[in-house]
Design a protein around this ligand. Structure first.
Ligand SMILES: [Zn+2]
Length: 256
């Protein structure tokens, strides 16, 4: 019978943690998927999907990888709305995920609606404990994507963890002597890594009440905040005012 192992657990406090996202440059385009058929308005067509292809061989791509600020990548991804915005973002930040099937990175899998679902998934991850993430997938994605998404989440939480000491690096990490670095090579891993660090730090999130925004913000006080920024708060108050005016039938004689 296998021996039961009880690993020694050390509590390490005061080590700052960060995420390093090294984007692998690749070219993204939207084109009809040659192997998929869909009925749209009564006609069988190849639906349009996002495809990634590598501009450079993998070894060279590694040398050309570009460093991004991972929390900024997360905020940007969560703010995207149109096909073109997703496309521009991906062309800048590189590979979306690294799951391989038969030795190849899966491509042509997503349309813009799927990226919207990924945004929703990440919002749920911000809101919930990592222990419950797998249960959320079915509620967010189409049944046909659930297995792949589960696999991506499983692969993307196997991080490379680096410890760096100040003596070997000239950078300041606040006043700390060392820093723990979660290294990410694709967008999903980078975003999940930032969410793990935020959970470890105990950060709590609220989500903007403007329906067409839904950006996360950190809850720092008991103050009843509803919007991510001044702009959203202002826009919503304008919308409420206009709705009141319309309901009042313009009786107040406001100038147009
Ligand atoms: Zn907002």
């Amino acid at each position: 019978m296998a021996q039961k192992i009880t690993p020694k657990v050390e509590t390490i406090v005061g080590i700052p943690a960060t995420v390093e996202y090294l984007g692998m440059p690749c070219k993204w385009e939207i084109k009809p998927h040659p192997n998929v058929w869909e009925v749209q308005a009564g006609v069988r067509v190849h639906p349009e999907r996002f495809f990634e292809s590598h501009r450079f061989p993998p070894a060279e791509a590694l040398a050309r990888s570009v460093q991004f600020e991972a929390w900024q990548v997360r905020d940007e991804f969560l703010s995207l709305k149109t096909d073109q915005e997703f496309l521009d973002f991906l062309n800048r930040v590189g590979r979306f995920m690294s799951v391989k099937v038969g030795g190849w990175v899966v491509t042509g899998q997503w349309d813009a609606d799927d990226f919207t679902r990924w945004q929703q998934m990440f919002r749920e991850c911000l809101r919930r404990s990592p222990a419950s993430w797998d249960h959320v997938v079915e509620g967010v994605f189409n049944p046909k994507s659930v297995r792949l998404v589960r696999r991506i989440l499983w692969v993307s939480r196997r991080f490379t963890l680096l410890f760096r000491w100040k003596n070997t690096q000239q950078r300041e990490w606040r006043s700390a002597q060392n820093v723990a670095v979660l290294e990410a090579r694709d967008v999903v891993t980078a975003i999940l890594a930032t969410i793990y660090v935020d959970h470890l730090h105990g950060t709590k999130f609220g989500f903007c009440h403007r329906d067409d925004c839904r950006m996360p913000y950190t809850i720092e006080s008991k103050h009843n905040r509803k919007y991510c920024c001044q702009y959203c708060a202002h826009l919503e108050s304008l919308r409420r005012m206009r709705a009141r005016q319309r309901a009042g039938g313009g009786k107040k004689g406001l100038a147009r």
